[in-house]
Design a protein around this ligand. Structure first.
Ligand code: NAG
Ligand code: NAG
Ligand code: NAG
Ligand code: NAG
Ligand code: NAG
Ligand code: NAG
Ligand code: NAG
Ligand code: NAG
Ligand code: NAG
Ligand code: NAG
Length: 515
């Protein structure tokens, strides 16, 4: 059956090809692509009786692609073709170079005349000599293979035409493009364009995979500081420009560690993990290595137990005092502050022993305040506080109050002395101690006997000093001796009236006696 079929087909084709072609154009395809064979036959109302496609590679054998007489699909065309039975159109997919050749068709409409046609399919492709390339090391040749008649060629790199230059050669009549030393920018896609007198066709794109790097190997430390507190966590990250992506290995003080990967996490770090860290980037294709700049990591123990040693004696103005600051752990600096502001050494303030001892010699009362000492290393710090009160006095003991007072009034005398702590007071009158030992001396219902010389003695039981005030004189006046001007005038007038009356009375009496 097959033989007879082929025979019939051959005869028909030979008959038909010479005079009428129902396939309009020759076709071009790219490797891996597909082509669509159309015919000029008007689709009939009834389905075609026969639609058959065959292929001749040029070697003489004619292979059946498909035929509706027996519903066959030729070997090698399974899953590669789609036949539209109503139009006779054929799609051929997954093209290879072996698909180059002549395609012919025979269609027989129901009740109509047999029609046939043929066309050529040409395939061309770009074949790189190698696709696995290494920047600067590799050269590559791209050849444009066309299955068809000799043609002229041009090359496209992306969308721009390639011109020959140093390092870029175009040979073999243009069908070969050679890049002497590839760079990462030569990845393409490259396509070749093939021309003949009537048409030009463009191949499918070919991209080159060019390995390069590693370059710019860069390590970053997070947090990005040299000093880290013991027990903290550090992340070291490494990056490099590389294709394929670089593989990383970590090194401490130049010696490779077993750690790999772009990130090195150091958790709960210990002092013995201090050192210069670096990362090495390795490219498995280029076999090149690059090591980052080292970053120094220093792990420090936390500063703790900061303290200010209290002076062994109570601070007293005029005496020397030392405040001593100590802490545990490695520390680099000590800073003293008074009431929040840095202590600046001055006439009576000296810092000894690398700021450990804050020495006052002698103490001034203005040195009272809250002192803090901050002990730090670059990873941590600790602070201690001490409130210092400078004791002094008493000084400037003064009594305030009236110097004169009348009987029955209330007397209030106040004694004041500058002193820290607050002074204790003892009142004395005319040299004798009174029973009042507060700052205020009061007496209601003053008597004449309360007049006299008052003094107050201020005492400070820390400085051990006592100071006696100046004498305060007080005079007390009685009520009788005090008459107002009106009263005196009244009495004077009354006396005068008495005298006048007496004189007049005496005259009257003498006149009566004289009669
Ligand atoms: C044929 O091509 C199609 C896409 O056109 C693709 O999905 C399929 O894998 C190819 N088959 C073969 C055998 O190459
Ligand atoms: C093309 O044909 C040759 C010889 O017939 C064969 O060896 C080769 O495998 C074929 N190539 C493809 C892609 O089918
Ligand atoms: C291809 O084009 C890129 C820019 O798109 C250029 O850097 C490269 O050198 C070109 N390569 C060749 C071989 O022309
Ligand atoms: C390393 O990376 C950091 C952060 O990504 C960047 O700021 C720095 O410039 C890089 N250094 C180098 C030498 O590339
Ligand atoms: C670092 O010190 C820790 C704790 O003392 C210890 O467990 C660890 O083995 C030390 N590592 C090295 C590399 O010395
Ligand atoms: C780390 O590098 C510094 C210079 O950057 C060097 O002084 C120091 O000795 C190095 N430390 C170690 C442990 O190698
Ligand atoms: C790249 O070229 C250099 C020198 O020509 C050679 O030593 C090296 O092995 C080459 N690299 C690869 C991956 O072939
Ligand atoms: C690059 O690094 C790899 C792995 O770290 C090592 O095996 C290789 O010897 C190194 N190559 C060079 C040239 O240093
Ligand atoms: C304070 O410290 C300094 C220096 O250590 C020392 O010379 C001085 O005698 C100390 N003074 C007192 C009062 O302790
Ligand atoms: C000083 O006097 C106050 C009150 O008068 C008393 O509370 C304190 O204990 C005394 N201090 C000393 C050291 O004697």
């Amino acid at each position: 059956f097959f033989f007879s079929f082929f025979f019939l087909l051959l005869v028909l084709l030979l008959l038909v090809l010479s005079y009428s072609g129902v396939i309009p154009n020759n076709l071009n395809g790219a490797v891996g692509g597909s082509v669509f064979f159309t015919t000029t036959v008007t689709p009939p109302e009834k389905p075609f009786l026969v639609v058959a496609w065959s292929f001749n590679s040029g070697s003489g054998d004619r292979n059946v692609i498909t035929s509706t007489t027996s519903d066959v699909i030729g070997p090698g065309y399974e899953n590669r073709i789609t036949l539209d039975r109503s139009t006779g159109f054929l799609e051929l997919r997954n093209l290879t170079m072996n698909d180059t050749g002549e395609y012919s068709t025979v269609v027989t409409p129901d009740g109509g005349e047999l029609m046939s046609g043929a066309c050529r399919l040409e395939i061309f492709m770009v074949t790189p000599s190698s696709t696995d390339l290494i920047e600067f090391n590799s050269s590559v040749s791209l050849s444009c293979s066309s299955s068809g008649s000799p043609r002229s060629y041009t090359w496209l790199n992306g969308s721009s035409e390639v011109t020959a230059s140093e390092g870029v050669q175009i040979t073999d009549g243009g069908s070969t493009l050679t890049i002497i030393s590839v760079t990462r920018y030569d990845q393409g896609p490259f396509r070749c364009r093939a021309f003949n007198l009537v048409s030009h066709d463009i191949s499918g794109p070919v991209s080159l995979s060019i390995s390069f790097g590693p370059e710019n190997t860069n390590m970053t430390l997070s947090p990005s500081q040299e000093y880290h507190e013991k027990g903290s966590d550090i992340i070291l990250s490494c990056s490099a420009v590389s294709r394929p992506p670089a593989q990383f290995q970590w090194a401490l003080n130049g010696a490779l560690l077993s750690d790999t990967g772009p990130e090195l996490r150091l958790n709960n770090i210990h002092m013995n993990q201090s050192g210069n860290y670096s990362c090495q980037a390795h490219n498995i294709k280029t076999l090149r290595n690059e090591t980052s700049q080292p970053s120094r990591v220093t792990v420090l123990e936390r500063v703790s137990a900061a303290s200010i040693t209290e002076p062994p004696v109570t601070p007293v103005e005029g005496k020397p005092v030392n405040l001593t600051c100590d802490a545990a752990g490695p520390f680099f600096t000590r800073e003293w502050r008074k009431d929040g502001s840095p202590v600046s050494p001055g006439s009576n303030i000296i810092l000894h022993d690398n700021n450990r001892v804050l020495s006052f010699s002698p103490l001034k009362r203005t040195d009272s305040g809250e002192y803090s000492c901050t002990v730090s290393n670059p990873a941590s710090s600790a602070e201690a506080k001490y409130k210092m009160t400078v004791n002094y006095g008493p000084e400037n003991v003064k009594i305030t109050g009236p110097n004169e007072i009348k009987v029955k009034q209330t007397l209030t005398l106040i004694c004041f002395a500058e002193s820290t702590p607050t002074a204790t007071y003892i009142w004395m009158k005319n040299g004798a101690e009174s029973h009042t030992n507060s700052a205020e001396f009061t007496k209601s219902q003053v008597e004449l006997s309360d007049g006299g010389e008052y003094t107050c003695q201020a005492g400070n039981n820390i400085t051990g000093r006592t100071v006696i005030s100046d004498v305060h004189r007080l005079s007390v006046q009685g009520k009788k001796e005090t008459l107002s001007a009106g009263a005196i005038a009244g009495i004077t007038i009354a006396c005068l009236l008495v005298v006048v009356a007496a004189v007049l009375g005496a005259k009257y009496y003498l006149r009566r006696k004289g009669k």
